[in-house]
Design a protein around this ligand. Sequence first.
Ligand code: FPP
Length: 224
Amino acid sequence: MNNPPHIAIIMDGNGRWAQARGKARAVGHQKGADNIRTILKHCRHIGIKHITLYAFSTENWDRPKLEVQFLMKLLEKYLKLELDVYIQNDIRFATIGDLSVFSDTIQQLIQTTKDQTAHCSGMTQTLALNYGAKDEMIRAIKQIKDRQNITEKEFEKLLDTKQLPPVDMLVRTGGECRVSNFLLWQIAYAEIYFCGTLWPEFSPSELDIMIEKFTQTKRRYGGL
Ligand code: FPP
């Protein structure tokens, strides 16, 4: 089988990475944000078409106020810095999740990044921001006009991921074996890879090993 067209990643372990080094959790988040660029460029290089990253969940608001504030500042900085990287590497920027809760500054930055990368066609990087699969499905259900006759295809058009193909491969770093409300509909037939590596240390070569396993897997989608 060929490389997976769509890889989704739960980037877990920033806090533990920092704590293990006697540093503040914020240092781990910064390092985690830096690692996104490394993995992104690698995915682009090996011809992955879609990468979707869980950057901030609907549940992450429950973290201490200072950590949430730091993550918002980091997101702002990240968006400002990454624009050139996206354009230079022909990467289109997209989001999933309910953006209405973010500050005007962040919402504007997101829009600008989307507008300025709209012409890029090498790969799409989707950031999940204030995203939760249950929230996404409830928002979709509220839009259904004819509930009795709705088909899977029609329902998919109401999800935040309507522009994206299904997820082929889901990766979670950081050692936990759960999917934490991420893309529950879209991973129906994804191959799932858990690894103990903490996100700031997750490397292109580790991803390559997972991709290699993926290419050797026969996907039957419930058939034979
Ligand atoms: C958690 O590690 C990961 C997140 C809160 C989401 C991913 C965030 C980043 C990679 C950094 C910021 C990203 C952007 C785009 C600005 P954790 O805190 O749950 O780690 P732990 O399990 O070790 O505590």
